[in-house]
Design a protein around this ligand. Structure first.
Ligand SMILES: C[S@@+](CC[C@H](N)C(=O)[O-])C[C@H]1O[C@@H](n2cnc3c(N)ncnc32)[C@H](O)[C@@H]1O
Length: 202
């Protein structure tokens, strides 16, 4: 399983944003949505072995995590506006987990779920996955002996990772890895690392 976790430092968790002014009204959810397309979609369909987590750490009902992918996920449109509509509906319809129930994620449809919480909700789902952090200046992904095809890959948004998140990565023993010498947009990084994994037949 490939899990991409996109850390949205300013993205709103409330769903209260304008589709006509997505970048500023949503706290740059657009950055995260482009990562969804890059991680999940091929030219002919959906990747069955990929799950994307959008961490929404900005103002408004945050922190929340949207989970897209896995068993049962049906057609997902590739354009940013359609993805924004999908995520907005998930956020607006989300009713938190009842006290005493297991698991942070509440599934609304197969492959689409929301959790109230932050990094802890994601970590609870990673099992034995090898954890990587995509970062400029780290060791080259091409020199990496990826130990398993069960991977969790963290990618930053337009602001990168904050100190608290970096501390959590360190505590996890996550391996920092780069996709080349140039600082890129988040979705381009997802595309490049996806290609590296594809080339290893994962
Ligand atoms: C636009 S960059 C963030 C730039 C931000 N100003 C910073 O200093 O962290 C978005 C994210 O893409 C990833 N990224 C960008 N370039 C990369 C590279 N060459 N290798 C690996 N990850 C990269 C990192 O996860 C980064 O947080």
């Amino acid at each position: 399983m490939r899990r991409f976790i996109i850390v949205g430092t300013t993205a709103k968790g409330s769903g209260e944003f304008s589709l006509d002014d997505l970048p500023s009204s949503s706290g740059r959810l657009d950055v995260l949505l482009r990562c969804v397309r890059a991680a999940l979609l091929t030219s002919h369909g959906l990747r069955a072995n990929v799950v994307v987590y959008l961490m929404l750490l900005g103002e408004g009902a945050a922190p929340r995590v949207v989970r897209i992918g896995g068993e049962g996920l049906k057609f997902v449109r590739p354009d940013e506006r359609s993805l924004a509509v999908l995520v907005q509906k998930l956020l607006l319809r989300h009713v938190g987990q009842a006290v005493g129930q297991e698991g942070a994620f509440v599934e609304q449809k197969p492959g689409l779920a929301v959790a109230d919480g932050g990094l802890e909700c994601v970590l609870a789902e990673l099992g034995g996955a090898s954890v990587y952090v995509l970062e400029e200046g780290a060791g080259d992904v091409r020199d990496l002996d990826l130990a398993s095809e069960d991977v969790a890959l963290f990618v930053g948004d337009h602001r990168g990772f904050d100190d608290a998140t970096r501390g959590a990565f360190e505590a996890l023993g996550a391996v920092r890895v780069s996709v080349g010498p140039v600082s890129l947009h988040s979705d381009d990084v997802v595309t490049l690392v996806t290609n590296e994994l594809d080339r290893r037949n994962w």
